[in-house]
Design a protein around this ligand. Sequence first.
Ligand code: F6R
Length: 263
Amino acid sequence: MQIVILKNSAEVAEYGANIFIKQLQNRADSVLGLATGSTPLALYQGLIEASKANKISFKDVTTFNLDEYLGLEGTHPQSYRYFMNEQLFDHIDIDKANTFVPPGDAENPIQACDGYEAKIEAAGGIDIQLLGIGRNGHIGFNEPSSGLMSRTRVKTLTKATIEDNARFFGTDEYQPHLSITMGIGTILDARKVVLLATGENKADAILATVEGALTASCPASALQLHKNAVLVIDEAAASKLSDCEFYKHIESENQKLMARLGF
Ligand code: F6R
């Protein structure tokens, strides 16, 4: 895993956005895996700005979101489809027919999960998958104990995740306890994975992801197996790692090497 430790959440968003900008400049018909939640918001803003400045276009891009609440239609303000429209798709030149979010309103969710996997495959697989991380180490809605080779399926949310996400729902509003999520195996199939984490409340999860054992108890630890995974994190999220200075040193050596090789 490449570990990039930056000062704050603004730097994390900018660094993350640049990875996606470069990807789209190199390959206009990229297949992007996207995430919801608070963490990617500023990155999406960066992509919107780059698109408005004509540095990138989404005209030929296809996207697949990680997850969706089961039981919410895409028009529901708390659905992840609604979130993506509001936070990104409505502001860029993407063809919405090429944006896929697991169908939370599917009549047969099990079939819908297989269908989602088939669509990813038909698109040629995901070039870059964006991830946030839960306090419990979840990626997508793959909660602790999720199979490390799992595929898109229906998952029950943990109490911790329901509590963390309760802030988005009104007090009397129905909050789903089930989701459809890409599996950990689906995520690991992406050609590159970019995980962003900011804030002290992610420090335990980042410690377990980077320095812990490979275990279903911390789903993000599965990224240790990925050939091309980068963790872009701020100082606060990195604060429990055993030796931040060493990780920074590795990254600066990395950068020097890349510059020497003309990347
Ligand atoms: C969102 C998702 C989740 C979030 C995670 C962190 O699509 O799959 O795994 O990335 O819960 O959420 P935030 O960014 O709100 O802390």
